[in-house]
Design a protein around this ligand. Structure first.
Ligand SMILES: *Cc1c(COP(=O)(O)O)cnc(C)c1O
Length: 488
């Protein structure tokens, strides 16, 4: 299964394209600025078109993807990405726009973005929305800048952000990056925010609470109205991490729960492709009193025209070049209008049913520390395999041999040997059953033949990689060996 680098497939003079003869007068090289002139030709691989097609097709087949297998990655909402959305986003009127084009020449695209903002404000129950942030984490950062700007405008910027211990790691990271001190709120034994602990932690210097609901255990915060009221008593704000809105789509509007700011991960809930590092989109929606602080420029409607408006003096300003990842935004808009209000309700219900079906099928075989009915996902613990010397990581690796991508593991941190499973609404009962059967078979293997599981995966292109080294010595650039010419 080893696949050489494309540079290693290179053969001098081999070509993938034949250019027609140049039909414009050629400028002498000297007319180029010296600094813009190459001393040597670039070291590109010399390969045929067929070499390129086979190389990248083979690489793609070594990987796992939503188009080839089930990806039950908890907290990531790895749902099917409808192909029709790709078609719409690749229409020339969208795909060939230039971001610096004058607004009069791209009214249609601006209208789509404007309508998406209205749609997302409607889904979240918020007053308005900005599409600028290009990831969930950047949406959090944008939201916290809005929190800071709001309190600063009241004359007291405040210092503390409260975050439950079950939160996604990006929450404390975003708060710290925004200059806030993070105070952790312990979860109660039922996995929900301990309201008494929250009340105790409250004081006049708390800027906001960052909450995830349903939380990362897949549980709905039942005391949400009490929680948001506690914050509002102190004129503090409630930030909802809306990365995973699947369970609430069309059913619950965060605005009615007392939420002031929310980011949505379009690449999760709204089906735009993700994985492999992007691109994403993390729009931020806010209640009326925070609208003046939204990033600029804003898309606004004047009569029947759409315009960019930079003149919002209280705005936190720009958080990203241009206006977010437009191709992703158009896909999300296509998804939203294709489903409509009734379709969204069905998505939410199916996602919750699928998660509960899997949870019930696995219940006799795994420990479910927070075992009650879940929302879009649930968290199991495989700590019982520890005496056999098998960890959750081993089970996750073994799942690859069975043809499934592994669930999220070791998160949230409050569950030992955690495995976090989110099936989404896309999957059929047959797929869910096949996955449950595989996991049950592996748990059985772990008891009978732990070595088989410990040394897995056995059937993949590569075995266990050194993830620490990969993260610490990120080396993505090919260089010829010393003394070696670029193409051989
Ligand atoms: C995925 C996720 C994030 C981060 O989103 P990115 O787009 O990866 O930056 C934040 N919070 C929760 C709960 C998430 O699931």
């Amino acid at each position: 299964m080893a696949e050489p680098l494309i540079f290693e497939l290179s053969s001098p003079g081999r070509r993938g394209t034949v250019w027609p003869a140049c039909d414009v007068p050629q400028q002498p090289l000297e007319t180029l600025l010296p600094a813009a002139r190459r001393a040597q030709p670039p070291r590109l691989p010399e390969v045929s078109e067929l070499d390129v097609v086979r190389h990248f097709t083979r690489l793609s087949q070594m990987n796992y993807a939503i188009d080839t297998t089930f990806v039950p990655l908890g907290s990531c909402s790895m749902k099917y990405n409808p192909k029709v959305n790709d078609r719409i986003a690749s229409l020339p009127g969208f795909a060939q726009l230039h971001p610096y084009q004058p607004a009069e020449t791209c009214q249609g695209a601006l209208e789509v973005l404007y309508r998406l903002e209205r749609g997302l404000a409607e889904v979240t129950g918020m007053a308005d929305c900005s599409l600028q942030p290009s990831a969930g984490a950047q949406g959090e950062l944008t939201g916290l800048k809005i929190v800071r700007a709001y309190h600063a405008a009241q004359g007291h910027p405040r210092k503390v952000v409260l975050i439950p211990d079950s939160a996604h790691g990006t929450n404390p990271a975003s708060a710290a990056l925004s200059g806030y001190t993070v105070r952790e709120i312990k979860s109660g034994r039922n996995g929900l925010v301990d309201v008494a602990a929250l009340r105790e932690a409250m004081h006049g210097d708390v800027a906001c609470l960052m909450l995830t609901n349903p939380n990362t255990l897949g549980l709905f915060e039942r005391e949400i109205l009490q929680i948001t009221a506690i914050l509002h008593e102190h004129d503090a704000l409630v930030y909802l991490d809306g990365a995973n809105m699947n369970a609430m789509l069309g059913l619950v509007k965060p605005g009615t729960m007392g939420v002031d700011i929310i980011q949505l991960n379009l690449h999760k809930t709204f089906s735009t492709p993700h994985g492999g590092g992007g691109p994403g989109a993390g729009p931020v929606a806010v209640v009326q009193k925070l609208v003046p602080f939204l990033p600029t420029p804003r898309i606004e409607r004047q009569g029947d025209r759409y315009v960019w408006n930079d003149r919002h003096p209280q705005s936190i300003g720009r958080v990203r070049s241009f206006y977010g990842n437009a191709g992703i935004l158009i896909r999300a808009w296509a998804y939203l209008v294709a489903h409509g209000r009734e379709g969204l309700v069905k998505i939410g219900r199916m996602a919750v049913m699928n998660a509960n079906y899997l949870r019930a099928r696995l219940a006799p075989h795994v420990e479910l520390p927070y075992g009650r009915t879940c929302m879009h996902e649930f968290v199991a613990s495989l700590a019982a395999l520890k005496p056999a010397g098998v960890t959750t990581l081993d089970v996750a690796k073994r799942l690859l041999d069975y043809g499934f991508y592994a669930p999220t593991i070791y998160f949230p941190l409050i569950v030992s040997e955690a495995m976090m499973i989110e099936p989404t609404e896309s999957e059929s009962k047959e797929t869910l059953d096949a996955f449950a059967d595989a996991l049950i078979a592996i748990i059985d293997e772990a008891r009978r033949d732990p070595e088989l599981v410990r040394t897995s995966p056995h059937a993949t292109a590569v075995r266990r990689l050194d993830e620490v080294q990969a993260a610490r010595q990120l080396d993505l650039r090919w260089q010829p060996a010393p003394g070696e010419k670029a193409s051989r």
